[in-house]
Design a protein around this ligand. Structure first.
Ligand code: BT5
Length: 259
């Protein structure tokens, strides 16, 4: 049993499914979702041997260091609204980490959470739909909590400990995330993006920056001017046109703040 365990009585009482080691919590959560697991069921693991990022990339998930977890959700929404769940989760994580250790994270669109320019959290959303309705979604979240040394291939990674010097109880981070998620998810279900979007934007460090975006339809460079209500990054290109990006990897080139 690690000194700073990821599992707690509170999480057990919520029905969280815990593993010491698993290939990927997203893989397990998708199996449970297919078997009918309830809305907001959680899978977490102390270590992942095949933690996954987006587009086939990996996620380093060392034992005793983080919260590697997947939340199954079943909102009754059109499938086109599924990407908003990444925003729900990002805002809940910002709240949770601020509550637990007073650290303010920023969000790099669409799914990275940063502090001091270091990536502390990443999110991988996987979904299943029937016709145009969302059947279920698995929100996979990796939070680096403890540790100050990262492998050389991750020069931009950080943890709560490496950026703040604090060593919170890992289970407390997960408990705070679930509590914040309950609230943010309920607001989102009741009033859509109207309540969420301004909060997401206030945390989003990509806004106002000159960025290069590598997207499924090619590369684009411009100033990140806004986030649309459906979660697209609105990029002002050099020819003055505005382009909506729904998925991609963004690197920041500099800051051109608007008024
Ligand atoms: C992500 O992908 O950031 C999504 C990561 C989601 C991980 C969670 S853990 C629980 C659940 N189960 C899973 O199998 N996955 C989810 P992406 O934006 O594609 O970023 C991936 C990139 O982040 C990698 O190519 C590395 O450069 C970097 N990276 C890998 N491990 C990292 C870590 N522990 N901390 C910071 N950066 C990392």
């Amino acid at each position: 049993m690690p000194l700073n365990p990821l599992m707690s009585d509170a999480l057990r009482a919520r029905g969280a499914v815990y593993f010491d080691v698993v290939d990927s919590t997203n893989i397990v959560a998708k199996q449970l979702a297919r078997q009918g697991a309830a809305d907001k069921s959680l899978v977490l693991s102390d270590e992942q041997t095949a933690g996954r990022g987006r587009r086939g990339r990996g996620w380093i998930s060392s034992p005793g260091q983080g919260a590697w977890m997947s939340l199954i959700v079943r909102p009754d929404v059109p499938v086109a609204r599924a990407p908003e769940l990444v925003m729900v989760s990002a805002v809940a994580l910002c709240r949770a980490i601020s509550d637990v250790c007073g650290l303010d994270l920023s969000i790099k669109w669409p799914n990275d959470m940063l502090a001091n320019g270091k990536k502390l959290c990443g999110t991988l959303l996987e979904i299943s739909a029937s016709e145009d309705r969302l059947d279920w979604a698995v929100i996979g979240i990796g939070v680096n909590i403890l540790g100050t040394k990262f492998p050389p291939e991750l020069p931009d990674a950080g943890s709560i400990e490496s950026v703040s010097g604090k060593r919170p109880r890992r289970a407390a981070v997960v408990e705070a995330f679930l509590n914040a998620f309950d609230e943010v998810y309920a607001h989102w279900q009741n009033s859509g993006m109207g309540w969420l979007l301004p909060i997401y934007k206030a945390h989003c460090s990509t806004l106002g920056a000159r960025v290069r975006a590598i997207c499924p339809d090619g590369e684009h460079e411009g100033v990140a001017e806004d986030i649309s209500p459906d979660g697209a990054l609105m990029l002002r290109l050099s020819d003055g046109s505005l382009r909506a990006l729904y998925a991609g990897d963004v690197s920041v080139r500099g800051t051109d703040r608007y008024g």
